[in-house]
Design a protein around this ligand. Structure first.
Ligand code: C5P
Length: 213
């Protein structure tokens, strides 16, 4: 089995449910992404527990968007809790992103996957790509719901900066299409954790990605 390019967005509140889903899908994942729902529901200690149960990297999607000092205060605690990557917004400016990058691997949001992203984020994507290139972040977040945008963002990014795309499944994006467009990793939440058989759903998406040549 080749290395997975699938990231599970584990957006549930309850610790037990999160650990159960993580454990049964881990075989098909590259990493687990946690967001505010799980942090609010189960506390930051869930990061350590997820790592113990799965051995996978943890991406903390806290979408930091504050002044450098506040970003630093939050990022420090999240990295200390065991997160391997933090997702931060770029629109707040270089200094705010740098404050996070000084503490650990950072993924910058350059465009979002929901319809409202067209209003304010898409018009500034160009500048956010430039920021990611200059800072050489681990990766960027791009929308799986718009493969043509993924292709464009990939073409403008320095090689080596990973393109990570949420929006597959529940939001309408197709895994195969977005991998062909140049995504390195895809993020899937509801289509896995909300399905009757999360393990089977993860396996199916893993195989869909693996089948793309
Ligand atoms: O359930 P679903 O597959 O739509 O989950 C997508 C995950 O990715 C959610 O955690 C969402 O907050 C996150 N996300 C997104 N679009 C972005 C950035 C993050 O959907 N641009």
């Amino acid at each position: 089995m080749s290395e997975s390019r699938l990231i599970l967005a584990l957006d549930v509140y309850e610790r037990e449910r999160a650990l159960e889903i993580a454990e049964c899908t881990a075989e098909y994942l590259w990493a687990i992404k946690i967001n505010w729902p799980l942090i609010i529901g189960s506390g930051l200690k869930i990061i350590t527990e997820l790592k113990q149960v799965t051995g996978l990297p943890i991406i903390a999607d806290v979408k930091l968007a504050d002044i450098p000092n506040t970003n630093r205060l939050i990022a420090r605690k999240v990295f200390e809790a065991g997160a391997d990557y933090i997702i931060a917004h770029g629109f707040v400016g270089r200094d705010s992103v740098e404050a996070v990058m000084e503490l650990g691997e950072t993924i910058i949001v350059v465009e979002m996957s929901h319809p409202g992203a067209k209003e304010f984020i898409q018009p500034v994507t160009e500048g956010l790509i430039e920021l990611a290139n200059e800072l050489e972040s681990f990766g960027v977040i791009a929308p799986a719901t718009r493969p043509e945008r993924v292709e464009y963002i990939r073409s403008k990014l320095k090689p080596g900066i990973r393109v990570i795309t949420p929006g597959v499944g529940a939001q309408g994006g197709k895994a195969e299409e977005v991998i062909r467009a140049g995504a390195d990793y895809i993020i899937v939440g509801r289509s896995i954790y909300g399905s009757e058989n999360p393990r089977e759903s993860a396996r199916r998406i893993f195989e869909e990605i693996e089948g793309v040549v």
